[in-house]
Design a protein around this ligand. Structure first.
Ligand code: ZN
Length: 276
């Protein structure tokens, strides 16, 4: 748990193993949140290395992602505002921590910075007005997408093209909703090699977090630790003229105000052949 700039304390140690893993912690989230609020002032803090941070929810049962959820992105894609959220998944094997190398598959790899919600309670048929009490916290995500595979087929099924290893980095931390002045209005953006590609506010979501939880939980049960990628704003590479995609050697930095940033470095799979 982070208590200051580059400082924090080890929850597993401080709780004497009650919350030994992130999954334990989500399974008991309301109780954990109370414990953490009390412990935050009494635990000694120490420095940690930001490079050691892993995904805030490393093994969710379910990963949801929402397409076409910012008006400016819908219009840059030349599409209609959907009547219902356009929901797909990124398979769990694509999850990664906040700072990682990503091997580029063949095709056209694009960026999509997104606000990611982590669920903190079993959630079934919850109305929007009660939805925030089911949120453990918010984090930054990248819905990295290989556009050729994403758009194969008619109708296209997005999930595989968005699920190569490392295509779902999240982090660097989970921020509980009470830590924000307004958790529904945060600046979000990303940079490719230092050039800003996306910049928006999460208040522009067509289906905001509370509505997404209402819509998803009307159909299925959301479990503690489940994550929801809430959609990306304008500025993806595929719609630029000419299109721009990620190349080997590129660095992608994604951020959300009040949470932090992700850094992904891209490379080709080693093409060196062993000659012996
Ligand atoms: Zn997306």
């Amino acid at each position: 748990m982070i208590t200051g700039d580059g400082e924090g304390f080890d929850i597993a140690m401080a709780s004497a193993g009650t919350y030994a893993s992130m999954q334990d912690l989500y399974a008991k989230w309301p109780e954990f949140a109370e414990w953490a609020a009390a412990e935050a002032t009494s635990q000694p803090s120490g420095a940690f290395d930001p490079n050691d941070l892993e995904a805030p929810s490393p093994a969710p049962r379910q990963v949801f992602a929402v397409g076409l959820n910012y008006l400016d992105h819908i219009s840059e894609a030349g599409l209609q505002v959907p009547d219902e959220p356009a929901v797909f998944t990124k398979f769990v094997s694509s999850l990664a921590g906040p700072h990682c190398d990503v091997i580029l598959p063949s095709g056209n790899v694009d960026w999509e910075v997104e606000l990611v919600v982590v669920i903190g309670k079993v959630t079934r048929t919850v109305k929007a007005q009660d939805a925030w009490s089911h949120v453990a916290g918010l984090t930054v995500g990248q819905d990295i997408s290989e556009r050729d595979l994403q758009l194969v087929g008619n109708p296209a099924q997005f999930s595989l093209g968005k699920s190569f290893p490392g295509f779902a980095p999240t982090g660097p931390v989970l921020v509980t909703p009470d830590e924000f002045d307004n958790p529904s209005d945060l600046e979000i953006g990303c940079y490719l090699n230092g050039e800003q590609m996306q910049k928006a506010r999460t208040s522009q979501l067509v289906f905001p977090i509370d509505m997404l939880i209402e819509k998803l939980s009307a159909v299925l049960t959301l479990y503690p630790g489940d994550i929801i990628f809430t959609g990306t704003p304008a500025g993806v590479g595929a719609v630029q003229s000419p299109p721009r995609y990620i190349n080997a050697g590129d660095e992608l930095v994604s951020y959300i105000e009040g949470i932090g940033r992700l850094t992904q470095n891209f490379r080709n799979s080693s093409s060196k052949r062993m000659i012996g």
